[in-house]
Design a protein around this ligand. Sequence first.
Ligand SMILES: *Cc1c(COP(=O)(O)O)cnc(C)c1O
Length: 351
Amino acid sequence: MTAIHPSVDFRSDTVTWPTDAMRAAMAAAAVGDDVYGEDPTVRDLEAWAATMLGKEAGLFVTSGTQGNLIAALSHAQRGDEAIMGEDAHTFCWEAGGMAVLGGITPRPLPTDVRGRMDVAHIRDALRVDDPHLPTSRLILLENSSGGNHGAAIEPDYFKAVHALAQAQGLRVHLDGARLFNAVTALGCPPTAITQWADSVSVCLSKGLCAPVGSVLVGSADFIHTARRQRKLLGGGMRQAGVLAAAGLIALDTMTQRLQEDHDKAQRLAQGLTTIPGLRLNPAQVETNMVFFDLAADLPLSPTDLVQRLQQDYGLHLGGYHHRTLRAVTHYWISMEQVDRLISATRAICQG
Ligand SMILES: *Cc1c(COP(=O)(O)O)cnc(C)c1O
């Protein structure tokens, strides 16, 4: 049953394969037509995700991008404005979907080094009722913050943003693609954060190892609207229980082991700091991502380093821009492979 896993892939946690337990559950999954609401495994997954995240209902969606887009389309109308961090995934990496398909204007605001917008700044950005202006409707938050070293943002921040949104009649959507990494690092239950959002999406297919899918949760009314939006976007799936079966294992068991991935990231960061010519701050590593810079005087380009790691050592690294590289730890990376990445990087940097 065990598949062949030839590469040691630090590019992202999206590269994770389903576990053997997932493959077995997928093979045995009870299925039905989910567009008719008849797939018992999908229904189980949606109900369980809603319970874990403290919401009334859930919706199995094809991807994190689709979950965020459905949330935006369900909360906001054409002519509305959505506030988000300028480095948020929703602004940077989702093909502008809410603007392209929803007529929703993104309003990116600056963020601090951990991905937080200033709450006073959000308040200042809210629109008055004036026909010249779009209508402020939605605030999009993210946890962990992928664009900021995977920082795990504390519940208080969400509470403060939520209080502002409530007072001003805005909705809050949380892009919780890696929410379980964040709450593992914070040592709090997911609901400590999700209680401060009207809707939440979580990815099953990143560090949680499911092959496909995300779950969007919120009130029963919100999910009713979201189900229509999912169909409109072509995301109505039929015997999707085959995928949801893996998602149930992702939520049940894979959420419990993420500290191991964080320990591997911490070890990697500690190891890389001892290599002359690399710049990073291990204290910034809060979850499963390690970003590091090549010093300006190191006679090596990021592309060279990535190519040599791959060709000479079979280690895949990526996500680099300028002289910054990213390594992400996950289920299919062992501590020994972390050590191999450290020693290989040392050898190449000293060579
Ligand atoms: C990966 C990711 C998404 C989107 O997930 P896809 O399944 O790749 O579409 C959204 N937000 C964040 C923060 C992510 O890391």
